[in-house]
Design a protein around this ligand. Structure first.
Ligand SMILES: *Cc1c(COP(=O)(O)O)cnc(C)c1O
Length: 477
């Protein structure tokens, strides 16, 4: 497909700007800023409309098809969330507007915080962080502030070998040393390894539960006890809450801190680095360290409270990505308490339905009931067909690929998260495509190795794309 620049025809115009009546011979505007010197495409309105409409169909999204990207919770996001986020009263407010004129916005944030506390069991939340990774960073900074206040020097933080890459990264950015804790043969935290590594040098443990294998750690209470017994704090990576909404509260298991991804579990569209929200929740003991400002209710008014002296400060401009907060609030309100419970029940049911079917053709390294997702490996793929080949071939069948090669502890991992919003028919169609690919690998491996063949572009050189990105069009002279 041609670029809009390549469709340019000299003199063609999409709109006619009325003469401003200002003589253009004043010489006040430097030559290089004049319209005639800008290299803009010259196209008609219909060319523009067709160009961008066509571009929009070349993308793949949750609104166009099944998107089983493990750990990313690509659920369908109801359009009502978009409608409320676009209400002028929300969309047109300015963050510097006086608090008296932003009472509705503050009330929404105040109530959203209360709902997140109810869902997770924590005492207070900050809504500031812009994403899961920034939530982690905020959480680790809180851990740091906690030990600084206690005048204890602790230099290490434990992360599990199945953890999301952002976990050790957040730990390192904060100046701690990340130390890996092993998983046992069932996919839980290896308690022997944890006991060995949990010393007075260690500030805490970062843990995802259910973890990135989609497994709920049966020893979670014991895990928290071990860390606490040596004075450490336990951080919950709660990016994926889809399996436990309305079922269990992480604070009850003994976690001290959590971050949530509103742009996963709470139904905000995401991907491509768009705006997200990674609220961080803490126990009563840690609330004093949360970023400022917090939102308080004084009589009938909502106010920003900047008074905390132990706060780690601000972590984001203004008050977070407000539009994302509106979407999450709408989602929770429209689904309701019992609805959230059904979300997790259906997310777990859908994942186990697919698991039960696919483990007949694919190898399942941790053979247990799963939570919201599960991980297959590449053992049963014939003729040197790899996980990457399967992912690419799925595109030919019209599905987005699952997450691949993560978590690192599974060889050739294929991580599938169907989410609760998919029908049985969609799951069956996906399973059928997955099964066909296993047969194709046996009978016609080249077909799979050269996939995709039906997409707009073929197999891309992912390494080259990452190392030598070409991010803008350059006119050939
Ligand atoms: C997505 C995810 C993160 C990071 O969240 P971002 O919003 O992408 O920064 C962290 N941990 C887990 C388990 C995740 O799935």
């Amino acid at each position: 497909m041609k670029l809009i620049f390549e469709k340019s025809v000299e003199g063609r115009q999409g709109s006619v700007v009325a003469d401003s009546g200002v003589p253009d011979k004043t010489g006040l505007i430097p030559e290089k800023f004049l319209r005639s010197s800008l290299e803009l495409p010259e196209v008609s309105e219909v060319d523009i409309v067709r160009h961008y409409t066509k571009l929009s169909t070349m993308n793949y999204g949750v609104d166009s098809g099944f998107y089983p990207l493990g750990s990313c919770t690509m659920k369908y996001s109801p359009k009502i969330n978009e409608e409320t986020a676009r209400l002028p009263g929300f969309a047109l407010t300015h963050p510097l507007q006086p608090v008296e004129l932003s009472q509705g916005n503050l009330e929404l944030m105040f109530n959203l915080e209360k709902m997140l506390c109810e869902i997770t069991g924590f005492e207070r939340f900050t809504l500031q962080p812009a994403a899961g990774a920034q939530g982690e960073l905020t959480g680790i900074m809180i851990i740091q502030a906690y030990f600084r206040k206690k005048k204890e020097k602790r230099s290490r933080i434990l992360v599990t070998d199945s953890s999301h890459g952002t976990n050790p990264a957040s730990v390192s950015i904060c100046g701690f040393e990340a130390v890996e804790v092993k998983s046992d043969s069932k996919g839980n935290v290896d308690l022997v390894d944890l006991k060995q590594k949990m010393s007075k040098e260690v500030a805490g443990l970062m843990l995802t539960n259910p973890n990135t294998l989609g497994l709920f750690d049966n020893n979670i209470i014991e895990v928290c006890k071990i860390v606490h017994s040596r004075g450490g704090l336990v951080y919950c990576d709660g990016a994926n809450l889809n399996a436990i909404l309305g079922k269990t509260k992480p604070a009850d298991a003994g976690f001290d801190i959590i971050h949530l991804n509103l742009h996963k579990t709470f139904s905000t569209p995401h991907g491509g680095g768009g705006p997200g929200a990674g609220p961080v929740g803490v126990t009563k003991e840690l609330a004093r360290f949360l970023p400022k400002p917090l939102i308080e209710k004084k009589g009938n008014r909502f106010v920003f409270d900047y008074s905390s002296k132990d706060s780690i400060g601000k972590v984001k401009g203004f008050y977070g990505n407000f539009g994302v907060l509106v979407r999450a609030y709408t989602y929770i309100k429209s689904v309701g308490g019992s609805g959230l419970k059904r979300v997790s029940e259906n997310a777990v049911l859908n994942a186990n339905y697919l698991l039960a079917r696919l483990k007949k053709t694919y190898h399942l390294p941790y053979n247990r009931f799963c939570q919201h997702e599960f991980v297959l490996d590449d053992k049963n793929l014939a003729n040197g067909v790899t996980t990457m080949d399967v992912a690419k071939r799925l595109l030919d069948y019209g599905f987005h690929a699952p997450t691949v090669y993560f978590p690192l502890i599974v060889h050739g991992a294929i991580m599938i998260e169907p989410t609760e919003t998919e029908s049985k028919e969609t799951l069956d169609a996906f399973a059928e495509a997955m099964e066909k690919i296993v047969s194709e690998a046996k009978e016609n491996p080249e077909l799979v190795k050269n996939a995709p063949s039906k997409t707009i572009v073929g197999r891309l050189d992912a390494v080259k794309a990452a190392r030598e990105p070409i991010l803008k069009w350059q006119q050939k002279n």
